[in-house]
Design a protein around this ligand. Structure first.
Ligand SMILES: NC(=O)c1ccc[n+]([C@@H]2O[C@H](COP(=O)([O-])OP(=O)(O)OC[C@H]3O[C@@H](n4cnc5c(N)ncnc54)[C@H](O)[C@@H]3O)[C@@H](O)[C@H]2O)c1
Length: 495
């Protein structure tokens, strides 16, 4: 299977738009295709709409965003991508026909995944060429913020395809959940449907409004579900003897007809009640407004869960660990190439929400970017999560930023790093931030760090291997002319 650099989308509605936003954010190029040419403008709007919340998800250094292009030709898309994600309407015959066509245009090592909510992969792969690369990759709306993707193989799907697809999904920050056996509706939609069916019954029977039923979830079980699923939560509810006691106590209720197995008839009256109920809940707020509110909450919840390394927060942590590791690996490569020039450590782009009221990158982001460059350098000499967990770290004791020119939204940038000095406990660095297109200097930072024992809460000598690694950087750059801005104090005239 190929390394995925370009993702092809087949169908660019709600779900296709969500895949585009996620993939682009993590540096994957996207070729979007849709039979409806008007979807070109739509998908660009969807990506823009997602960008705000996505950019707040993590402070870890991200690669430069991917590039988005659009075509209404399936063949043109299929011939230039490494992975195809299909997101056309949920109709079996349509999907079978379009997937078969995609398989004739895409080379046999291009994986093809369907976002289908409930169709079975064995049915979808029926008429395809190289059907072993077809799988279901079922995401959840909004795809750009919810990490879950159900990964399901059909009778002819190869295990290698499932592994490779899971690897790609993980790369773009998702949690691939391998479904052992294909069943209609996979796992999650079976559960969601059971809940929805009961909602429809209760609204139909006039027992509760849509708002009251939503309250019954968001103030209670919904809060628990983000951290632990129903099973683990019920295990806790059983007291000391856990699930066994829970089943003994509440198991008999399952025989009572609390719930219905079939959905009620979707009469006009029921449809009206559902629509009027949810309109009352929306209280005049547009779908876009509600989406932004939902997205802000989803970001905040994942950041809290990350602190506890649980659920979607654990996925976010794993993603960040990979992003930081990548920047450390890039730093090692840069060192090898930096004998006669400052090492180019970090490539980035000014994200739209980094810009202040003057239209330029705001002050705090300079410190973040320079901090990321330091982090990449330190990782290259072994200062990573394990190092910090063992009770050692570098603390910033001084920083001096000079601003040389402006950086606007979406400006490509890169940071070069020089090690000016290192001794037992201190590290002096000099970073330069440049524009990616013409190399113009945007800002510089001179930084002093102290090596500390975080357990003892005081400065401590760095281990010999770390010191030697930093010395290698310093020696490699020793012949370079001293930076003009180094050692300057605020307000002193140049020269
Ligand atoms: N909406 C959800 O919450 C959700 C969640 C998970 C999975 N899904 C699944 O994702 C798929 C897409 O759902 P959606 O909600 O994005 O639908 P949608 O109606 O918003 O988008 C479908 C898009 O497919 C395009 N299309 C139709 N025929 C096509 C063809 N032959 N070739 C290329 N494009 C074509 C349409 O023009 C449209 O833009 C479905 O299989 C659905 O079950 C939906």
């Amino acid at each position: 299977m190929r390394q995925v650099k370009t993702l092809g989308l087949l169908g660019t509605g709600v779900i296709g738009g969500g895949w585009a936003a996620r993939a682009l954010h993590f540096g994957i190029d996207v070729v979007a295709s849709d039979v409806n040419p008007k979807m070109q403008a739509w998908i660009r709007g969807a990506v823009q709409n997602a960008a705000g919340a996505l950019s707040r998800l993590t402070m870890a250094p991200l690669p430069r965003p991917g590039r988005l292009s659009f075509t209404s030709s399936l063949a043109a898309m299929a011939q230039q991508v490494d992975f195809i994600q299909e997101n056309i309407p949920e109709q079996l015959e349509l999907k079978q026909r379009v997937l078969a066509e995609a398989s004739r245009h895409a080379s046999a090592d291009v994986l093809i995944a369907s976002s289908t909510s409930g169709l079975m992969p064995s049915d979808l792969q029926r008429d395809m060429q190289a059907p072993e690369r077809l799988l279901v990759g079922h995401p959840f709306n909004p795809v750009y913020l919810l990490p879950l993707v159900e990964v399901v193989g059909g009778t002819r799907t190869s295990p290698a395809a499932l592994d490779a697809a899971s690897g790609f999904y993980r790369y773009i920050g998702m949690h691939p959940l391998r479904v052992r056996r294909e069943i209609p509706g996979h796992l999650t939609d079976r559960l969601q449907e059971a809940l929805w069916r009961e909602i429809l019954h209760m609204v139909n029977d006039g027992v509760a409004s849509t708002g009251e039923l939503d309250e019954s979830i968001v103030y209670g079980p919904g809060l628990r579900w983000a951290a632990m699923g129903t099973n683990l939560i019920y295990h806790l509810a059983g007291g000391e003897t856990g699930m066994r006691h829970m089943l003994r106590q509440f198991g008999p209720c399952l025989k009572w007809p609390w719930t219905h197995l079939e959905a009620p008839e979707l009469t006009e009256a029921l449809i009206d009640r559902m629509v009027e109920g949810t309109q009352a809940q929306a209280a005049g707020r547009s779908i876009r407004e509600l989406e932004r509110l939902r997205d802000d909450c989803l970001v905040a919840i994942q950041q809290v869960l990350r602190q506890y390394d649980i659920g979607a927060g654990a996925t976010l942590r794993a993603l960040e660990a990979r992003l930081y590791q990548q920047s450390g690996a890039a730093a090692r490569l840069a060192l090898a190439a930096s004998v006669d020039q400052p090492a180019r450590l970090l490539e980035l782009e000014v994200r739209p929400d980094w810009v202040d009221y003057n239209g330029h990158m705001t002050d705090s982001r300079y410190l973040q970017v320079f901090g990321d460059a330091t982090d990449a350098l330190l990782r290259s000499v072994g200062v990573d999560e394990a190092y910090r967990a063992a009770g050692q770290s570098f603390y910033t004791v001084e920083s001096h930023v000079t601003h040389q020119s402006e950086a606007k939204a979406q400006q490509a940038l890169y940071v070069t790093v020089r090690v000016l000095g290192v001794d037992d406990k201190r590290l002096q660095l000099f970073h330069c931030l440049h524009r990616g297109d013409d190399g113009v200097l945007v800002a510089t930072a001179e930084l002093l760090y102290l090596h500390v024992s975080s357990l003892a809460g005081k400065a401590a000598a760095m281990p010999p291997a770390v010191r030697a690694g930093l010395e290698r950087w310093r020696e490699a750059q020793a012949k370079l002319a001293p930076p003009a801005q180094a050692g300057r104090h605020v307000g002193l005239p140049r020269g």
